[in-house]
Write a protein that binds this ligand. Structure first.
Ligand SMILES: O=C(O)[C@H](O)[C@@H](O)[C@H](O)[C@H](O)COP(=O)(O)O
Length: 255
């Protein structure tokens, strides 16, 4: 059974999301200065929530031990980092750059693992190599994976539909080249469900009225053709869904 956290206020949502991440950091580090917190993040609306919940939240920011964080991307678009479609590029702009001077002081940042940008544009062989190299960097298991859910039920770059079975059904390799993403750019890399399955904790963050119908399909209908439902099935009690009231409008209150 997954956990469900619902909020009517955006501010409360990002604050509780930040608190949840902080708790997972603290249990991974356990006050050990040599330990690391392995976290994987998604793109899209996640970046702004991470900024609001971790960097811009005065109660939470001082407790984040950034230098002990190891940050990876659940999926990445195969474009140069300065392209607005790059998940790393957006994360750098929205979260990393502001955190360096947050609180009028110089803050040390996390270690961030990006794809090998020099291979972008190299065609099929290079794209496969980007995925293989990225897989070789991953920790044995993540302390926390932060996911989004698309209007179609996708998560990471694991999309619903038979043409994406090569991504969704893969349980041996950890990272794959997605060559036919239905949303641009068509070339990406994505974690497979094998990585998500091994995580110690997984959280979804879903906001906005455009997610209302899919949240009903995922959480009430539990349509197992949807990759987000597969995460719930595979990871179970380690999954927490953070929803705002508009995304959760069709979910009964007692759920
Ligand atoms: O890079 C990506 O495209 C994502 O990692 C993707 O899986 C995202 O999390 C969902 O599309 C939800 O995005 P929103 O939260 O912006 O709707």
């Amino acid at each position: 059974m997954v956990k469900l956290e619902r909020f009517s206020e955006e501010k409360a949502l990002v604050h509780e999301f930040g608190k949840y991440i902080l708790e997972k950091q603290d249990s991974a580090l356990a006050d050990n200065a040599d330990a690391v917190f392995n976290i994987a993040i998604s793109g899209g609306s996640m970046n702004q929530a991470l900024y609001e919940g971790l960097v811009n939240d005065k109660d939470i920011f001082p407790h984040i031990k950034w230098p002990q964080w190891r940050i990876f991307f659940c999926d990445e678009r195969l474009v140069p980092f300065e392209d607005p479609q790059s998940n790393y590029g957006q994360f750098k702009k929205i979260v990393l750059d502001p955190l360096v001077h947050q609180g009028d002081q110089l803050n040390l940042g996390p270690t961030v693992y990006t794809i090998n940008e020099s291979l972008i544009g190299g065609g099929e062989t290079a794209n496969k190599k980007i995925a293989e190299e990225y897989a070789s960097l991953l920790p044995a298991s993540f302390d926390l994976i932060l996911l989004g859910c698309g209007d179609d039920g996708h998560t990471c770059s694991l999309f619903p539909g038979v043409e994406y079975n090569y991504l969704v059904e893969e349980m041996a390799r950890k990272v794959l080249w997605c060559y036919n993403s239905p949303k641009p750019p068509k070339d990406r890399i994505t974690f497979t469900l094998a990585v998500v399955a091994d995580a110690k904790n997984v959280a979804f963050l879903v906001k906005g009225p455009s997610k209302k119908a899919i949240m009903h399909d995922v959480l009430i209908v539990k349509n197992s053709e949807l990759p987000s439902v597969l995460v719930n099935e595979i990871v179970g009690a380690k999954v927490t869904w953070f929803l705002d009231d508009t995304a959760g409008a069709l979910i009964p209150q007692n759920c």
